[in-house]
Ligand binder design. Structure first.
Ligand SMILES: Nc1ncnc2c1ncn2[C@@H]1O[C@H](COP(=O)(O)OP(=O)(O)O)[C@@H](O)[C@H]1O
Ligand SMILES: [Mg+2]
Length: 300
């Protein structure tokens, strides 16, 4: 029931349950450099929304605006029913515990082990949890992110690129978030590692009921796991829809991106992905995946 939405289309009144993220009329500028101008976007509950656009079009700035790290010049952002920026300190704190973020560079603390990295948000939001329980929760999140438990005791410098991403994901999952923000999670991974990460993302979204805001350049990722794709161009989200819906639009960037040689190759690869999707996640030095049934009982 997806429909391609353009900014010209009338916007329905936001149903907060249906749309955990609503951005309306967003404007961001750095000096004279206008990044977003009257940008609007609604993310549906439970979907993996891919966010694409040329380099420097403002994908990361959009994500930072949604999570309150970038104060917009204009516009309204509502996340899980709360206005971002207008919240009291307590509300803002509560909101930050309801989403997890994997930043573009991973942003792990290099002097902390993976487990200690995962413990950082737990300590911050639930200081009353005992050390042993907090360590156990951290190890659980490490396994949930598809790493062997031993990885909890390693430092980021001891990990491969794919394992670092998973460690960052474990930290993003620390507080059992409802929303997951991933900024270019497969950038820099080899194709096998990237496909494994994609399967992990899809599996987590399905099993934990997450809504995922996924910035990516990776056409394979878009085809394989995204329910819809939002296209950033000309300072706005020019369209949101499934890839076939976007392909029906006569926009040069969209056509070039999805219908160019790389886009068509990714489409072919999609069938292969679907066939492999039932198999366990391929691991880079990681353990077989746990069933997800106990996830919501992990505390925090
Ligand atoms: N803190 C900042 N100060 C000045 N310019 C910035 C800042 N953050 C981002 N920009 C600029 O905003 C534009 C969009 O950045 P970004 O959102 O990181 O792009 P991308 O779509 O590649 O993620 C870029 O031109 C970038 O240089
Ligand atoms: Mg970016």
């Amino acid at each position: 029931m997806t429909e391609v939405e353009t900014l010209d289309a009338p916007q329905a009144a936001p149903e907060l349950d249906e749309y955990p993220i609503v951005v309306e009329g967003l404007r961001n500028a750095f000096g004279d450099h206008v990044i977003h101008d009257n940008l609007s976007l609604k993310v549906r509950k439970g979907e993996i929304l891919g966010v694409v656009g040329g380099s420097g079009t403002g994908k990361s700035v959009l994500m930072r605006s949604i999570i309150g790290l970038q104060q917009p010049d204009a516009g309204e952002i509502t996340v899980l029913g709360h206005h971002i920026g207008a919240s009291t300190d307590d509300e803002g704190r509560d909101m930050r515990s309801r989403w997890g973020v994997l930043f573009q560079g991973g942003a792990l603390f290099s002097t902390l082990t993976v487990g200690e990295n995962v413990e950082v948000p737990l300590k911050q939001f639930y200081p009353e949890i005992e050390d042993t329980l907090r360590e156990e929760i951290a190890r659980f999140k490490v396994r949930l992110a598809g790493l062997a438990e031993e990885a909890a005791y390693k430092y980021p410098s001891e990990l491969s690129g794919g394992m670092k991403k998973r460690a960052g994901l474990a930290r993003a999952l620390a507080l059992d978030p409802e929303l997951l923000f991933l900024d270019e999670p497969t950038a820099g991974l080899d194709p096998i590692g990237a496909a494994a990460f994609d399967r992990l993302t899809r599996s987590l979204a399905d099993n934990l009921g997450l809504t995922v805001f996924l910035i990516t350049h990776d056409l394979d990722t878009l085809h394989a796991i995204c329910d819809r794709v939002a296209v950033l161009a000309d300072k706005q989200v020019i369209a949101v829809g499934t890839i076939p819906e976007l392909l029906a639009l006569d926009h040069p960037w969209i056509q070039e991106y999805f219908n160019g040689p790389r886009g068509r190759a990714a489409l072919c690869a999609k069938d292969e992905f679907s066939m492999k999707n039932d198999a366990p996640v391929a691991q880079d030095g990681s353990a077989p995946r746990e069933p997800f049934t106990n996830t919501q009982e992990s505390g925090a």
